[in-house]
Design a protein. Structure first.
Length: 158
């Protein structure tokens, strides 16, 4: 009797799962444009699924402390909400909505999700050396990032 060993590829499954999560963030990001402001406000008040925070973290390869800063919530709280399949609070949801809309603009400018994520994650001279994603913590910072993206779209340097 000949038996063959079945080789499992846990890394492959993990990579597939990662890609599914990243795709979920980009889908969420592009869907923001399809909604009226009143619909977005309603969704923010209800709160987005905490799983979306995990997808966001994977998309931009964020460290725990950066995720905490951007969503104004502790990592343990975010993980607990995800585990319990609960929604984010309105503050974290509003920030995630803001980040998603800026990310979608970056995707349009760079014509690639990977290039948009890379640009959003790297320090930028036009933004005082800050990574664009980190400026999205506030609306004023997000406005600066949008300004630079619009300049790039129109052929400016940034």
């Amino acid at each position: 009797m000949v038996t063959q060993a079945v080789t499992r590829h846990p890394a492959k499954k993990k990579d597939d799962s990662r890609e599914v999560e990243i795709a979920a963030f980009w889908r969420f990001s592009s869907d923001r444009d399809l909604l009226r402001d009143s619909e977005r406000i309603h969704q923010i008040k209800i709160g987005f699924p905490a799983q979306l925070a995990y997808a966001f973290r994977l998309t931009f390869n964020l460290q725990e402390r950066n995720l905490e800063t951007l969503l104004n919530a502790s990592f343990s709280t975010l993980e607990r909400r995800r585990r319990e399949q609960k929604n984010l609070d309105p503050v974290a949801s509003e920030r995630l909505d803001r980040i998603a809309t800026v990310s979608h603009l970056a995707e349009e400018v760079f014509e690639s999700q990977a290039n948009a994520a890379l640009w959003m994650s790297k320090p930028n001279k036009a933004l005082g050396g800050s990574a664009p994603i980190m400026l999205c913590e506030t609306e004023i910072g997000a406005k600066q990032v949008r300004r630079v993206l619009q300049a790039l779209e129109w052929g400016g340097a940034a």
